[in-house]
Write a protein that binds this ligand. Structure first.
Ligand SMILES: NC(=O)c1ccc[n+]([C@@H]2O[C@H](COP(=O)([O-])OP(=O)(O)OC[C@H]3O[C@@H](n4cnc5c(N)ncnc54)[C@H](OP(=O)(O)O)[C@@H]3O)[C@@H](O)[C@H]2O)c1
Length: 284
């Protein structure tokens, strides 16, 4: 039995699908009782547990051999991950695969790198075998502005430099390998796509796929932070997001890792394919 925390999210959704396709027994954890039915229909055991509910987390871990953990980017994410790590270790789970972020290490100086590193060090000290999945920007983030791209034909670029976007399905497939295969213990997998694309390149791909003119609109750090806060994100988290984005104009988010190809034996999914698969959402 593999227990998946964050099972209904950007990484968790394709991960559950991939694990079930391999015939693995999956226990999907959600904090939302309304999602249980759909998970069960998919073929999972589904349990309700909040990241801040140690008793429910203990029940979610009982009897499982391996676990996957991802939490949303949140001011409480270190506490949430600590709660799950404690519950999993106490329940005798042997191996945890945890998704954090590219560049997370004790040497990290950015807020997200520091936060993720704290969780990573906690997992390493837990006594469980561990594998770290460390992705860069998700290609799926493009869907956050699919509505306005479709409506106005404008791509809002809050990065301002090249980024080696990674598809969450590749993240899920690497996690599936780590959860179901051998030899992934003690490994940290930095994950990026195979090429770095800047805002102009993304706008050009959106235009090519939708057959429309997509205009590039650069977004300042201040406007970006204000938009995130207006959408409900906490101020500290929005500040950490903007801090991370500020690496892009310096070229620091353009590095390409070959891990996906090495682990999966196939190339990373490219951004154009993702846009094509979601063409209707980007089209007016
Ligand atoms: N987006 C990026 O470009 C990017 C890049 C690098 C790293 N990251 C990191 O990746 C992580 C986000 O991954 P993701 O997008 O897959 O996660 P996500 O979709 O934001 O969240 C995963 C799931 O967590 C569950 N959840 C939310 N609050 C909960 C709570 N209080 N208790 C229990 N479950 C709760 C939600 O499911 P239910 O509603 O079913 O409970 C949600 O579907 C963050 O740590 C972020 O820093 C993101």
């Amino acid at each position: 039995m593999i227990v998946v925390f964050g099972a209904t999210g950007t990484i968790g959704t394709p991960l559950v699908t991939a694990l079930l396709a391999k015939g693995v027994q999956v226990r999907a954890v959600t904090s939302d009782p309304a999602k249980v039915d759909a998970l069960q229909k998919q073929g999972c055991e589904a349990v309700v547990a909040g990241f801040d509910d140690p008793d429910a987390l203990a029940k979610a871990c009982a009897g499982a051999q391996r676990a996957f953990l991802v939490t949303p980017a949140d001011l409480d994410m270190r506490t949430w991950k600590a709660n799950v790590i404690t519950a999993a270790a106490s329940a005798g789970i042997k191996h945890m695969v945890m998704s954090t972020g590219l560049g997370a290490s004790p040497k990290a100086r950015l807020t997200f790198g520091i936060w993720h590193s704290e969780s990573q060090e906690l997992l390493k000290a837990s006594g469980m075998d561990w594998t770290l999945i460390q992705p860069t920007y998700f290609t799926q983030n493009l869907l956050w502005q699919a509505g306005s791209i479709a409506k106005d034909g404008v791509y809002h670029d809050d990065l301002g430099g090249p980024v080696s976007w990674v598809d969450a399905r590749d993240i899920a497939d690497v996690a599936t390998k780590a959860l179901t295969g051998e030899g992934h213990e003690g490994k940290a997998y930095g994950l990026t796509g195979a090429e770095a694309l800047d805002g102009a390149a993304i706008a050009a791909l959106l235009g090519k796929v939708t057959g429309r003119t997509i205009t590039l609109h650069p977004v300042s750090a201040e406007d970006s932070r204000n938009a995130m806060i207006a959408s409900g994100m906490g101020g500290e988290v929005a500040k950490a997001m903007v801090e991370l984005s500020a690496l892009a104009p310096k070229g620091y988010l353009a590095g390409v890792e070959t891990t996906i190809e090495e682990v999966l034996g196939r190339p990373a999914k490219d951004v154009e394919t993702f846009i094509s698969e979601n063409q209707e959402r980007f089209s007016g």
